[in-house]
Design a protein around this ligand. Structure first.
Ligand code: NAD
Ligand code: MN
Length: 364
């Protein structure tokens, strides 16, 4: 039996509701019949920690995470604290500090979901968006001087390195090569941004030569939004910069049903550091504390975690349980037009995971 050390970082808002729900699902997966188990350590970082200590997480927090096999993250963001402080102080600190440079975001319409795309387009979608996760527009380079004076200057500089671009392009081409359609779309904006994005295009073309099996094309980010809506089946694997993929993946999530369902993996592919798994949504101030957050994005993120840990059977079992639950409209939360609560959906997924385990024990 394999035991995994999991760091639980619920963070703020509905993160505090969906991350514990995720823990319950992992516990259900680890019950008899399973060949993996999980030891959890919870880290109470986030806005409450900030109010007490003036920082979102302790200085040596990354060291504690480095000792884990994987991290389950909720969300960062609080109505009373500026968003750039909560985001940079926790999520970006972890992603950059643990060199989680590949952010992987699958999007697909799960059974039973009345997705907007189904209403406007005859085609289905099955995408994986790869987002550069450590540099680019969110490198943090820039500054602000002469505050409050008419000559105040503020600049956010997008910084791309050859190493950073090359490794994310190679990751995306390799991922595309492993998917049935072997198709990659490289998102760019090299018509208007004439330095870094031009290098981005050049490196994509260089890396493409290593993957002759992959059919690839290039799309400007603005045209990409239209293509996602009007010709979704023409896309499969997608690679984009930090900012572009941030935006495109929220669009993908909404087209597939709800922001509350979309999962993400922040990977350190070389496995020098642990990777982090989280729903793509934020703290959702409008519904926090009500117990109605959709936990499916968190559960699907756990599927990505299990796949990353090499637990393919457990990953399949969990994904199957999730799909059985989404197929039942009585188990839809409010964002999907239903009335189910976070805990009802969680219990339903746990029950199906346990039932599948019993069946596999019985047939073994
Ligand atoms: P959000 O994702 O929190 O919410 C956007 C909308 O989607 C809201 O109407 C919300 O109710 C709904 N929604 C999101 N997740 C849902 C779920 N699981 N179930 C049901 N409905 C859901 O985005 P926002 O409003 O732009 O940001 C709120 C805060 O979260 C900000 O502080 C922001 O910086 C932060 N944020 C953090 C992360 C992160 O930690 N990874 C990501 C995005 C936003
Ligand atoms: Mn985002």
């Amino acid at each position: 039996m394999k035991r995994y050390r999991i760091a639980l970082v619920p963070g703020d808002g509905i993160g505090k509701e969906v991350a514990p729900a995720g823990k319950r699902v992992l516990e259900a997966l680890a019950e008899p019949g399973s060949d993996c188990a999980f030891d959890f350590e919870e880290f109470p970082w986030g806005a409450d920690f900030y109010r007490q200590h003036g920082v979102m997480m302790p200085e040596d927090g990354l060291d504690a995470l480095k000792a884990k096999d994987a991290i389950l993250f909720g969300s960062a963001g609080d109505p009373a604290i500026p968003d750039h402080i909560t985001l940079w102080g926790l999520r970006l600190k972890i992603c950059q500090g643990l060199d989680q440079y590949a952010n992987v975001r699958p999007a697909r319409i799960l059974p039973g979901i009345d997705a907007p795309l189904k209403r406007c387009c005859a085609e289905d979608l099955d995408w994986v968006i790869v987002r550069e996760n450590t540099e680019g527009e969110y490198a943090g380079a820039g500054g602000r001087v002469h505050r409050g004076f008419p000559l105040e200057v503020a600049a956010d500089m997008s910084v791309m390195t050859r190493t950073g671009v090359e490794r994310i392009q190679r990751f995306a081409f390799r991922l595309a090569a492993g998917r049935p359609r072997k198709r990659l779309t490289v998102v760019t904006k090299s018509n208007a941004q004439r330095h870094a994005m031009v290098m981005w295009d050049e490196i994509a073309a260089e890396v493409a030569r290593e993957f002759p099996d992959v059919e690839w094309d290039k799309e400007m980010v603005d045209a990409m939004t239209a293509r996602m809506v009007s010709r979704p089946a023409s896309l499969d694997t997608i690679v984009a910069t930090n900012l572009h993929a941030d935006i495109l993946s929220d669009l993908a999530a909404a087209l597939a049903g709800s922001l509350g369902m979309a999962p993400t993996a922040n990977l350190n592919p070389e496995r020098v550091y642990p990777s982090m798994f989280e729903p793509i949504h934020g703290s959702a101030f409008d519904i926090m504390g009500k117990g109605i957050a959709n936990p499916i994005g968190t559960f699907w993120s756990l599927v990505l975690m299990l796949e990353h840990l090499g637990e393919a059977e457990a990953a399949r079992r969990l994904m199957h349980a999730i799909e059985q639950v989404t197929a039942n409209p009585k188990l839809h939360t409010r964002d999907l037009g239903g009335a189910a609560t976070t805990s009802e959906v969680t219990e339903a997924v746990c029950a199906r995971v346990r039932a599948a385990a019993k069946k596999s024990v019985a047939t073994a």
